[in-house]
Design a protein. Structure first.
Ligand SMILES: Cc1ncc(COP(=O)(O)O)c(C=O)c1O
Length: 376
């Protein structure tokens, strides 16, 4: 990824579509090659259906505000990230009616509950593919079929899964899929995108210069320019493409199998540590690489600090921008400690994490958390 960024700054550095000079053309080539790489990874046979955005939040906002209008009904789930929940709560104020389907306490979504929530007037179903708190996977293929059968559009938040779990937008019949670049796609921060199935019409979120159709003051209507106003993060997109190429070589099935093994190892080890509470499904096959837990007698931030400072392990703690998910798990308002296992993690690192948790659980049981930190 670093090499791709450096190559962009060294040899391209231009603004795609804004000029005919060699640097602009080189930058445009980087963006279009990246689009093809992402389309290939997601199995879209038309690269122009991939729109680049600044992150998954931007992509989700583009889809939500692009589809929903006052009087529409939208259905979502109780494990969504705030990048879905906050726009939906705002849209509610603009006259959109919202139903939040409750997931089970391990984050599992019941298809029948979703079916019951759909009704005439339902315009959109929004579901995360992998919970960023519990790690629980949702059956996006079955949800897409359910939505389609009911004449409802389906938006998938694949922030946690794109690059880590195989996704075939065509075979699964997905309408809209938002992804971020900086997680399993191994790209830099400030990158992401939205897949938009042909035939799905969205109002653009922003309008402006696209470097195309410049004689007109009206936004072009063709893909992907209609949704890509303003200068793109070409350096970031170059890095994202490098991550995508790396994943294509390994194969996403291989990444999934690797992460699943690490998650299974962690769940088996952690479930034997007295004082550790694990959240999400017990079966690694039902999860992505995210695992959440708590240690009795501690708060998540305290555990996170000790993991970092005493063991060199970086974990995310707290509410993970997903208060509804924590309410579902019963961990609101304190939250959890979260590990995210990825391609570059090893079984030895999982073992190290388990060893650290064993020590922390003993310190906590002995009321020695403060002195443990003092001994760093
Ligand atoms: C499930 C989920 N959705 C959306 C997002 C937002 O992603 P981004 O930070 O790229 O906007 C995240 C980020 O952690 C996430 O985990």
């Amino acid at each position: 990824m670093r090499a791709a960024l450096s190559e962009y700054f060294g040899e391209a550095g231009g603004n795609p579509g804004r000029s005919g000079h060699r640097m602009s053309v080189a930058a445009a080539r980087i963006v279009e090659t990246a689009r093809e790489t992402l389309a290939e990874l997601l199995h879209s046979n038309d690269a122009s259906r991939i729109v680049f955005t600044h992150n998954a939040t931007h992509a989700l906002n583009l889809a939500l505000y692009g589809v929903l209008r006052s009087g529409d009904h939208v259905v979502t789930t109780s494990i969504e990230h705030n990048s879905v929940m906050r726009p939906l709560r705002h849209l509610e104020k603009l006259g959109v009616e919202l139903t939040v389907v409750a997931c089970a306490s391990d984050g599992t979504l019941d298809l029948d509950d979703v079916r019951r929530a759909l009704r005439p007037g339902t315009r959109l179903l929004v579901t995360t593919h992998g919970s960023n708190v519990a790690g629980t996977l949702s059956p996006i293929g079955a949800l897409a079929a359910l939505a389609r059968d009911n004449g409802v559009l389906h938006l998938v938040d694949a922030a946690q899964t794109a690059g880590a779990i195989p996704i075939d937008v065509q075979e699964m019949g997905l309408d809209l899929l938002a992804f971020t670049g900086h997680k399993a796609l191994l790209g830099p921060t400030g990158t992401g995108g939205l897949y938009i199935r042909e035939g799905v019409a969205l109002a653009p979120l922003i309008r402006g210069g696209t470097g195309s159709d410049s004689a007109h003051e009206i936004q072009p209507e063709f893909m992907p320019d209609v949704y890509e106003s303003g200068t793109l993060n070409v350096a970031g997109i170059a890095g994202l493409a490098a991550g995508g190429r790396f994943l294509s070589e390994i194969g996403i099935e291989t990444v999934q199998a690797h992460e699943r093994k690490l998650v299974a190892q962690f769940l088996a080890g952690a479930s034997e540590i007295a004082g550790i509470t694990l959240y999400g499904p017990g079966d690694a096959a039902l999860r992505c690489g995210v695992v959440s837990f708590n240690v009795a007698g501690t708060v998540p931030s305290e555990v996170g600090l000790i993991l970092d400072e005493s063991f060199g392990i970086m974990a995310r703690t707290g509410l993970h921008c997903a208060p509804a998910a924590h309410r579902t798990l019963g961990t609101f308002p304190t939250g959890t400690v979260r590990f995210s296992f990825g391609w570059f993690n090893t079984p030895a690192e999982v073992e190290l994490a388990l060893k650290a948790l064993r020590e922390i659980a003993v310190w906590a049981a002995n009321g020695a958390m403060v002195s443990a930190k003092g001994n760093l």
